[in-house]
Design a protein around this ligand. Structure first.
Ligand code: ATP
Ligand code: MG
Length: 466
């Protein structure tokens, strides 16, 4: 496949068509060796590629290989040299690639000095690929950086993993509610809801997770379903149904549970229950059942910064209540045909919900975008099919896509399926991806990082990162 610079009409096309779709695979970087929108304190890198695959560990001895900065094709690269210089020297990164699609430059940093070492026009990238690979191809860079002769420069800042992607909550927050919804089942709604709640909590935001799905998978995932016998079911009489069923009792603090083992710090959870199914008909008949959660959440708006609502894969009363309550919507999707074919129905649903919201003076639901989730890390798929699948969402379905991607990682199902044996009984003991990554490094840390990146993208979209 040849690269045609005319295909890149804006910065995001430079990122998707030149970098993700073409150059990173050609240079030998598989998806688990690069990250998009990586944040180090105040610095935000468009792309960071690692020479070491896993374990993902940043310290003075693990040099960072390559930072990539993409610009709009009309932007003059000369104006961004200072930016690359700053990244390379302050984070001790060896190479910086700066491109607007029309031109490509590579800068090298050694002992604090930054020099231009390669330059070519966008249309010549194909022909010059061997030179580019020799400089910043993953194998070549690995040899350069990981050879014993390569000692870290005295400038190396000792980076801790916890410093990566650090973001600080702004002082005066108003509570924001985000629903995670798609009418297609199994696309990762619960996985995203629970781990996103964990990511926000990690960043210091006071987070409440609400399970509005009778399957109660978020309730399970946060460790609230450990009982083995029906008589031990402590969720039956105090769950999200009770918030929706009454107006003057069962307020949020009465229903909240702490997910003590799932994540550190803990998050508050309002559980669901299988009984939600049988209460659906009576609730359906009452208009008020759609707005009670919203009203009750207003009473605790000083207690939480963020509320995440996990929803069922349907268009029932619970999904309605979720979308009426939320300020924002994220639509996880594996981008496969069935999930896509559900999108027009999601859009119609949003239109209907917005009509109801208007009647009581609530702003329309703000769709943050479709979130590519459970995405295969197969390099050929990512090179050929994934960019096309992403394009379909905006071109055919006219919906925006979040930049972040949640890849298909076995660690994400493994953390959900953790158990503990007490006596001779095995109890579920699920963990967030962050907790799981503390003891299972490797791919789990990469997945945790992907959730941090997603959390940062959302925080910046909803104005919670300064
Ligand atoms: N990114 C991922 N990587 C690996 N496995 C995943 C990922 N996302 C989800 N899964 C797995 O796929 C299955 C379905 O995921 P999940 O329950 O999150 O989907 P859902 O949209 O909430 O489903 P439902 O519509 O039934 O509520 C689960 O077994 C989960 O562990
Ligand atoms: Mg679910």
């Amino acid at each position: 496949m040849n690269f045609n610079p005319d295909l890149c009409r804006n910065e995001s096309e430079v990122e998707s068509k030149l970098l993700v779709g073409y150059l990173l695979p050609k240079l030998g970087y598989s998806p688990d060796t690069w990250h998009q929108e990586v944040r180090f304190g105040k610095i935000r890198l468009d792309f960071l590629a690692f020479v070491q695959k896993i374990p993902f560990k940043l310290d003075a001895k693990s040099p960072l290989g390559l930072v990539i900065e993409a610009k709009h094709p009309r932007k003059n690269l000369d104006k961004h040299i200072y930016q690359i210089r700053n990244y390379l020297t302050s984070l001790n990164i060896r190479y910086g690639l700066l491109t607007n699609g029309k031109e490509l430059r590579i800068y090298q940093q050694k002992a604090g000095e930054v020099h231009l070492v390669f330059q070519c026009a966008g249309k010549d990238i194909d022909d010059r690929l061997p030179d580019i690979i020799q400089l910043i191809g993953r194998d070549f860079l690995q040899q350069q950086l990981l050879s014993p002769a390569n000692t870290p420069s005295p400038l190396s800042p000792p980076l801790q993993t916890s410093q990566v992607l650090a973001s600080t909550p702004s002082p005066a927050l108003s509570m924001k509610t985000i629903a995670i919804y798609h009418n297609k089942g199994g696309v990762g709604k619960t996985t995203v809801s629970t781990n996103l709640a964990a990511a926000f909590s990690h960043k210091g935001y006071r987070t409440l997770l609400i399970d509005l799905d009778s399957q109660a998978n978020s309730t399970f995932a946060t460790g609230l379903i450990k009982f083995q016998f029906e008589e031990d079911d402590h969720l039956k009489d105090r769950n999200i149904y009770h918030a929706i069923a009454s107006s003057d009792t069962n307020f949020i603090p009465d229903l909240v549970r702490e997910s003590s083992y799932f994540n550190t710090p803990e998050i508050d959870v309002i559980p669901a229950h299988i009984n939600l199914i049988k209460y659906q008909d009576p609730l359906n008949k009452m208009m008020a059942s759609r707005t009670r959660l919203l009203t009750k959440l207003k009473r605790v708006e000083n207690n939480y910064d963020l509320v995440i609502i996990d929803t069922p894969p349907s268009r029932d009363i619970y999904a309605e209540a979720a979308l009426i309550t939320a300020d924002y919507l994220i639509i996880p999707s594996d981008l496969k045909p069935f999930a896509n074919q559900g999108l027009p129905t999601v859009k119609e649903f949003i239109t209907t919900i917005n009509e109801s919201r208007e009647t009581f003076g609530k702003q329309p639901l703000e769709v943050l975008g479709v979130l590519a989730s459970k995405i295969s890390t197969n390099a050929r798929y990512l090179e050929h099919s994934f960019p096309k699948q992403r394009a379909v969402i905006s071109e055919r379905y006219e919906m925006s896509l979040l930049e972040s991607v949640i890849y298909d990682r076995t660690a994400l199902s493994a953390c959900f399926n953790q158990t503990v044996i007490v006596g001779d009984i095995e109890y579920p003991n699920p963990q967030s991806i962050f907790k799981y990554a503390e003891t299972n490094r490797n791919a789990a840390q990469i997945s945790a990082l992907e959730f941090e990146v997603l959390a940062d993208e959302i925080l910046s979209k909803i104005g919670l990162i300064k």
